[in-house]
Ligand binder design. Structure first.
Ligand code: CTP
Length: 404
């Protein structure tokens, strides 16, 4: 769940700050991108150098970088907007109180106030501070603002006393956040087959028939679906970009026949299949096992092609009532009419019309402009956006229209 997530880890001045180093390692190991900000007093407890090394990012604590000759400004708004989630761990009584009242006298608090993402906080303090009505009320207020409390544990405290107020252990914080994301994931429990990229149909050992697809759209769908809680099997053609989410099971194939075999075997256990791959419609009938030499006669070369299986059509025939099938249509002309024909012929629940001729759309671009067409031929046009945003909107459409 945390792979590819941008996490802003905010560490405040408590002895429990050392545990944040272990938490950083867990987050990095899970594939998250971590940026760390400290309250000024946190530096008395943990070294920015250790944290920068572990997080692979500079660690910030001041509005103006005193070590930079030009006094670079650390933009709290950018940090707040960058984050997919923010974790304040340890959260001292002082910082909790300032968060409640919108106090903003350091970079960490300014980033908190700028953050639009979910914010988790893990209190750490001595038992009497923890039990004090001010603290109890502040914690409740922070929760009422929509922040998520990671409960403190009971045990030996830095003061030598025994009681409640110990910051949760790094693995408990990690599990809490992962479980939170999972329980709020709308595609939790769904298994999704996605294919992406081109296929290469061999002519001889060094040549093939292929196309310009890079797989970007399908890979974005795989990443976003995994972020939304799905188990994704991605059947990926050669030369395609790679997904960032480590939770995706990737199967590399080269030819349409290999893609067909893999998709067929995965489809029966899938809730949803999204076929975004640019599969070659034809393959050379008898690929040569040796490099074809030119004979110099000037007569040209004929290669006999045979049709490849239509994978989407095949899956449409097998589809059960519980399964959803989503196809793509790549059209250079009469887009809507052709896409509607494909939608019905291939028994899809939804088809995504892609027009490579539109500016910024299609193969290799980072952006796309598509139209979704459902079985009732209702059209929903998604404007020109990054492929990641298009992927989000396609999956949001699926969730809203088929899983609600
Ligand atoms: N598709 C498939 N198997 C093929 C060809 C296409 O599964 N052999 C799938 C694509 O992944 C896409 C949909 O069918 O989801 C439509 O593909 P597209 O290339 O637009 O159309 P074709 O069906 O190949 O028809 P044409 O090339 O004649 O437009």
């Amino acid at each position: 769940m945390l792979s590819g997530k941008k996490i802003l880890l905010a560490i405040t001045g408590s002895i429990a700050a050392y545990k944040a180093t272990f938490l950083t390692r867990l987050l990095i190991k899970a594939g998250a991108e971590v940026k760390i900000i400290l309250s000024p007093s946190a530096r008395d407890f943990v070294s920015p150098l250790s944290l920068a090394t572990l997080s692979k990012n500079p660690v910030l604590w001041e509005f103006f970088d005193s070590e930079d000759p030009e006094g670079k400004w650390n933009n709290h708004v950018d940090l707040g907007l960058w984050a997919d989630l923010m974790i304040v761990a340890p959260a001292t009584a002082n910082t909790i109180s300032k968060m409640v009242y919108g106090n903003c006298d350091n970079l960490l608090l300014a980033a908190y106030l700028s953050a639009k993402c979910p914010v988790f906080f893990a209190p750490a303090m001595d038992l009497d501070m923890f039990k004090h009505p001010s603290t109890t009320e502040n914690i409740s207020k922070l929760q009422s603002f929509g922040n998520f409390l990671i409960p403190s544990g009971t045990g030996e405290l830095a003061s030598g006393l025994h009681g409640e107020g110990r910051m949760a252990e790094p693995d408990e914080i990690f599990d809490f956040i992962e479980n939170h994301l999972l329980s709020n994931a709308p595609l939790k429990g769904k298994t999704i087959l996605i294919n992406a990229g081109p296929t290469y149909e061999p002519i001889d050992p060094v040549r093939f028939i292929g196309n310009h697809s890079t797989g970007k759209m399908g890979v974005a769908l795989a990443d976003v679906a995994t972020d939304l809680g799905a188990k994704v099997h991605l059947v990926l053609g050669p030369g395609s970009v790679w997904p960032t989410n480590a939770g995706i099971e990737v199967f590399h194939i080269r030819t349409a026949l290999e893609m067909n075999e893999k998709c067929q075997s995965i489809f029966k256990d899938s809730d949803l299949a999204i076929l975004s791959a640019a599969i070659a419609d034809y393959r050379p009938e008898n690929p040569s096992d040796q490099k074809i030499k030119k004979d110099g006669s000037g007569d040209g070369l004929n290669i006999q092609l045979v049709e490849n299986p239509d994978i989407l059509f095949g899956l449409g025939q097998q589809k059960t009532e519980k399964q959803l099938l989503l196809g793509f249509a790549l059209e250079t002309n009469n887009g809507i009419a052709n896409a509607i024909k494909k939608l019905h012929k291939k028994n899809c629940d939804l088809i995504v019309l892609n027009s490579p001729s539109e500016k910024g759309s299609g193969f290799g671009h980072d952006t796309n402009e598509v139209t979704l067409i459902d079985k009732n031929e209702k059209q929903t046009k998604l404007g020109l956006k990054s492929k990641k945003d298009i992927a989000k909107e396609i999956l949001e459409y699926v969730i809203e229209n088929f899983y609600n």
